[in-house]
Design a protein around this ligand. Structure first.
Ligand code: NDP
Length: 254
C-alpha cells in the first residue's frame, strides 16, 4: 500500500544490528527503505547487513560508539554520502546497568544516560540538517516501560527512558515546521540479548512479565516491524510528539 511505502527512503537505525533495532530495520527494509545500521560490534553488524540485503534492501554498516561525541556527525555524513540523504532516524541503541541506586556509580549513571538519551539528542541534531533540507523527516525514539514506571534496579535506565519521552515532545514541537515528525514508542518486555541478561540477573522476572502481560507472552523483535513502518511512512504524517506503547497491554494492566 502506497501509504506505507518507503521506496527510495533512507533510514539510519542505531543499534540496528540486533534485537529490537534489527526488527525495525527488517520492517523498514521490507517496506523499501535503504538502511544504515549503526553499532559497535562489526561482526554482528555484518550479519545484520547480510540478512537485510537478503530482503532486497541496500544496506551499510556504520561502526560507531554512540557515546562518543563525534559519532553522530560521522554517522549522519556516512549515511547521507552513501544514499544521498536521510529520511528516517531510529534512536534505538540502549543499555541498562542493573544496580540499586545506592550501588550505582557516577560513571555508570553517565554511561547509561550517554548511551540511551544523550546519543538520541546528538543523533537527532546531526540528522536534522539533512531532513530540514528535504522538507521532511521522521525520528523514532525508543523508550521503555521504564518511561512510565520505576524499578529498584533501574535508576539511571528509568531516568534516561523518561527523558526520552520529553526529548521527543521537545523535538516534535521544534521541528514540526520543518516537516519532521518525532515520536516515541515504548516496548514492553521483549525477548532480546538485553532481557536474556535481565532474566538471569533479576529473580522471578520471567514469570512476573508473563503474569502481567495481557497478551500472555514476551514480545519478539518482529513485533517492531509494523510500528517502524507506520512511524517512518507517510501514514504518520500528522502524528508527532506521540508516545506509543508496543507492549502486549503491559502498561494498561491494572
Ligand atoms: P540489545 O542489547 O539486543 O540491543 C542493544 C543495541 O544497542 C545493540 O544493537 C548494540 O549494538 C547497541 N548499542 C548499545 N550501546 C551502544 C553504543 N555505545 N554505541 C552504539 N551502539 C550501541 O537489546 P534490545 O534490542 O532489547 O534494546 C534495544 C533498545 O530497546 C534499547 O534502547 C532498550 O533500552 C530498548 N528496550 C528494550 C526492551 C526489551 O524488553 N528488550 C524494553 C524496552 C526498551 P552493539 O552490540 O554493536 O554495540
Amino acid at each position: 500500500m502506497k501509504l506505507f511505502d518507503l521506496t527510495g527512503k533512507v533510514a539510519v537505525v542505531t543499534g540496528g544490528n540486533g534485537g529490537i533495532g534489527l526488527g525495525m530495520a527488517r520492517g523498514l527494509a521490507r517496506a523499501g527503505a535503504s538502511v544504515a545500521v549503526v553499532g559497535r560490534d562489526a561482526e554482528k553488524s555484518a550479519r545484520a547487513v547480510s540478512e537485510l540485503e537478503a530482503l532486497g534492501a541496500e544496506v551499510i554498516a556504520i561502526e560507531a560508539d554512540v557515546t562518543e561525541s563525534d559519532a553522530h556527525r560521522r554517522m549522519a555524513e556516512a549515511a547521507a554520502e552513501r544514499f544521498g540523504g536521510i529520511d528516517v532516524l531510529v534512536n534505538n541503541a540502549g543499555i541498562n546497568i542493573r544496580k540499586r541506586p545506592e550501588a550505582l556509580g557516577e560513571d555508570e549513571w553517565r554511561t547509561v544516560m550517554d548511551t540511551n538519551v544523550t546519543s538520541a539528542f546528538l543523533a537527532s541534531r546531526a540528522c536534522h540538517p539533512f531532513m530540514k533540507r528535504a522538507g521532511r523527516g521522521k525520528i523514532l525514539n525508543n523508550g521503555s516501560m521504564m518511561s512510565i514506571f520505576g524499578a529498584p534496579w533501574a535508576p539511571a535506565y528509568a531516568a534516561s527512558k523518561g527523558a526520552m519521552v520529553q526529548l521527543t515532545k521537545s523535538l516534535a514541537t521544534a521541528w514540526a515546521g520543518d516537516g519532521i515528525q518525532v515520536n516515541c514508542f515504548l516496548p514492553g518486555w521483549i525477548d532480546t540479548p538485553l532481557t536474556i541478561r535481565g532474566r538471569q540477573e533479576v529473580e522471578g522476572l520471567h514469570e512476573r512479565v508473563l503474569a502481567r502481560t495481557p497478551a500472555g507472552r514476551w514480545g519478539e523483535s518482529e513485533d517492531f516491524e509494523g510500528i517502524a513502518v507506520f512511524l517512518a511512512s507517510r501514514a504518520s504524517d500528522f502524528v508527532t510528539g506521540a508516545v506509543i506503547p508496543v507492549d502486549g497491554g503491559f502498561s494498561v494492566m491494572g
